[in-house]
Design a protein around this ligand. Sequence first.
Ligand code: GLN
Length: 441
Amino acid sequence: QLKVIKKREPIYNSYITVMEDEAREQAKLVQERIDSGDLIDSPLAGVPVAIKDNICTKGIKTTAASKMLADFVPSYDATVIEKLKNAGAVLIGKANLDEFAMGGNTETSYFGITKNPWNVNHTPGGSSGGSAAAVAAYEAFVSLGSDTGGSIRQPAAYCGLVGFKPTYGTVSRYGLIPYAPSLDQIGPLSRNVADAVALLEVISGYDPKDSTSVKQERYLYSQALIDDIKGMRIGVPNLYLNKNLEADVHKNFLEAIKIFEDKGAHIEFFDMKELEYSPQVYYVIAYAEGCSNLSRYDGVKYGYRAQEYENLEDLYKKSRSQAFGYEVKRRIMLGTYVLSSDKYETYFNKARKIRRIISQAYEEAFKKYDILISPTSPNTAPLLNSNSDSSDILNTSVNLAGLTAACIPSGRDRRGLPIGLQIIGNKFDENKIIRAAYSFE
Ligand code: GLN
């Protein structure tokens, strides 16, 4: 694995930090545990895993792709990391991302852009672009990403992978450097459904260290790996078909519907107009929470500190203006604006109300359907530096409503770039998604 990384990293830049020595050390320990009879039932024993670099790893730099945290070495492991280590996984590196996960193409990283292994002129998507590229380029077997408004699913689509966004509260966020805590979830990226399920079973479950964690000790997902969807009710929100889908994506989506029908599922198109403004609502909420969270980086407690300053105020100002990138600053300003006392009602509170309406619309939809499907993105991977990311419309409402959703590979466009299919499930209905995804695969 390390050899492959050496050869391919100069091309793709999937990683911010490759954990060469640590991985060797861990591999040795895992071997000892295997020899002593431990780990017999662990599908992750010895498996090289890439970790998005906004997830804290003890003793290993965790940067969130920001100059602000370029030298930050956490003194503790995130809960998901602890769980992976217990399961015998070998952490192989910290994957690139958009700065503080704010973006959709891994181009706002302080550590350079990542390229799509399917075609190096294209973006791998984002913000978990490094996690996706690492798996697609065989620089890792599987990886962890985080999804605030599509950041696992969209890069999975652009890189031809499975990406799973679990129900809010299912996977502990302890040790995840937050972007917008009411939306963030950690989840797996992999080459097939069974691998994602193996990872998901290990990282999910109650954690007292995360106050939003749901009190369910273990989730049994592998039992849903069944190739049978006869009678399953699948809804397709009309809105998603009208959203300027690229011709190849549109065609591929209709083919996917046909596959589900042939396997005995019932497909129904229906109106769900409530979703129309989900990106706008999402951005108001995400920027507001984002700017509150980033206020902790003041150059005093931790993070980057400006070299020269006149007083405390000046230290804050210089540290923050020197260490945050353009996109992060833009979001801090907009977040501050929507939270300001005279704009609070107009923007933030209104967004919260529409958020509830979106959740209720989903509740209604799931009375009629087991799962909903849509393309993961209206397009395949855009060219590098083209600044064109339009997948928010298809992805963000899932986080607003705290639901679960997965992206699975569903074909290629005429240029050979992968296309992804999104399957959305009600809260804690991961098993329905898994069944549908596994049958489709
Ligand atoms: N593209 C979205 C954003 O920029 C999603 C990011 C994410 O899920 N982390 O906010």
